[in-house]
Design a protein around this ligand. Structure first.
Ligand code: TYD
Ligand code: MG
Length: 453
């Protein structure tokens, strides 16, 4: 039995109201509310259904299974997924249009199909378009099937009949459930289609990858509802002008969330970047530039930090950042003012990381501070030196996590000196002949060591 209900859904944030508003009360966006007809089904009305429904079982009787995984064909993707693709899992791959989602997924589908059955559902492009892309990628495939369809029911039937190990939906915004009146891509369509596909995947132990476009401000369309529904959310990011692409995990029920994978878009598709540190550093010894080693997931990267400090012509000095948060910069400037007695209120300050790489690790603070002072004094810092350490509000340099792997990365990069917070003796002994380690306890010591005239 079903009845039709009218509901009003914000296409930006997915919140629901019972009446129309010009402005969403939840996310404050204008004209984003659309009326959608919802079909309400009452479940379990039949006593037979209730009798056959699942029962709770004692927790101790649940057998524990080791998660088995299969490879995506790319080490970078496997790492972001926590070690490979888990059968029966649902992965949501988000990214701006044109960033390379279809390309990477098709490349991966080809590689997986050499060992497993794969079904690629293309709802946005025709079979011929996919074939043209495929020819460009110059790859092999074996058990790879392509299905060009937008109707959810037909897609579900095809998945059931092919019964692949891995199925791809490209993209969720292009498919529709004909029982619903709203248009494809609307929040309620995206929600309903995803949840039906998810049930199908779980019941048949099929790993499912759903591609979703992101909106301008970076949120997945139909956002929060999709994110909590799926097991893994990964984002494909990058600058349109640069050829590098980052695969970042945002949520992962089977692994860590901070992993990133790095690719480069070439003429013949995406290739993995084996030595990421080399693309974010220039190894120059000029004023205003330092190198820090930051941890993203389980991997350390060397990244340049550039600063430009100039006398200001404005009543309020300008402060802008690319790659680190503006609040972090304000805090570092305040520490320099207070503890080194340098008046920075008369200077504009611009910070940019190498390649615009987004750094979230607070141990980059010391590198930012030394870059600022180096630009201010117009003096290059000590050559071939990396700076690691979080700046405390009292000017002290605080401990950094994963220091061992960071120092190892500096050694691998051929960096000669590394400025770090106080180390345990054992760590210091380990690296004694490999790199010159300078331990410091506050910002003044770091400046005296690396910026003396
Ligand atoms: P695409 O995978 O279609 O993006 P999405 O699915 O995220 O919308 O990527 C399209 C872009 O990638 C397009 O601008 C062309 C570029 N590209 C290459 O540079 N090399 C290639 O081998 C391929 C297939 C695409
Ligand atoms: Mg695409």
């Amino acid at each position: 039995m079903s009845s039709k209900l009218s509901t009003f859904i914000c296409q930006n944030c997915g919140s629901e109201t019972s009446q129309y508003f010009g402005k969403c009360l939840n996310c404050n966006s204008w004209n984003s509310i659309v009326e959608e007809i919802k079909i309400k089904r009452s479940k379990y009305q039949d006593p037979k259904d209730i009798k056959n429904s699942k029962k709770s079982i004692p927790f101790n009787e649940i057998s524990s299974k080791k998660i088995s995984r299969f490879t995506s064909g790319f080490k970078e993707i496997d790492r972001v997924l926590g070690g490979g693709i888990v059968p029966g899992s649902v992965v949501l791959l988000g990214g701006e249009p044109g960033i390379g989602k279809s390309t990477i997924v098709l490349q991966s589908a080809g590689k997986i199909s050499l060992n497993e059955k794969v079904l690629y559902v293309t709802a946005e492009e025709s079979l011929e378009q996919v074939k043209i892309r495929w020819e460009r990628l110059n790859q092999n495939s074996n058990e790879l099937k392509i299905f060009a369809e937008t109707n959810l029911t037909l897609i579900m039937e095809e998945i059931k009949s092919v019964n692949p190990s891995f199925a791809i939906i490209d993209s969720i915004q292009a498919i529709h459930n004909h029982e619903m009146e709203s248009s494809p891509g609307s929040v309620s369509q995206v929600r309903a289609c995803s949840s039906e596909l998810q049930n199908l995947a779980k019941n048949n132990n099929i790993a499912l990858l759903i591609i979703g476009h992101v909106t301008k401000d970076g949120a997945l369309a139909g956002p929060k509802t999709l994110e909590h529904l799926v097991d893994v959310v990964i984002n494909f990011e990058g600058d349109k002008v640069s050829s590098h692409r980052l695969l970042r995990s945002i949520k992962n029920r089977f692994g860590s969330t901070f992993e990133i994978g790095i690719f480069e878009m070439l003429e013949k598709g995406l290739v993995e970047v084996k030595n990421p540190s080399s693309i974010f550093t220039n190894k120059e010894n000029i004023s205003g530039v330092t190198t820090t080693i930051t941890n993203e997931g389980s991997r350390p990267f060397a990244v340049d930090i550039q600063a430009l400090v100039n006398k200001t012509f404005y009543s309020n000095p300008r402060r802008t950042t690319t790659g680190i948060s503006i609040n972090r910069l304000h805090q570092i400037l305040a520490v320099i003012e207070k503890h080194l007695g340098i008046k920075l209120s008369e200077f504009d300050c611009y910070i940019a990381t190498g390649g615009g790489f987004e750094i979230n690790d607070p141990s980059s603070d010391l590198g930012v501070a030394i870059s600022i002072l180096s630009s201010l004094k117009n003096l290059p810092p000590l050559a071939s030196t990396s700076f690691i350490g979080e700046l405390g509000l009292s000017g002290q340099v605080r401990k950094s996590n994963n220091l061992r792997t960071k120092i190892e990365e500096a050694v691998r990069m051929g960096i000669k000196n590394i400025v770090v917070p106080k180390l345990e003796e054992e760590l210091n002994n380990n690296f004694q002949n490999l790199i010159n380690i300078k331990e410091i306890s506050n910002i003044k010591e770091a400046v005296d060591y690396s910026l003396s005239e």
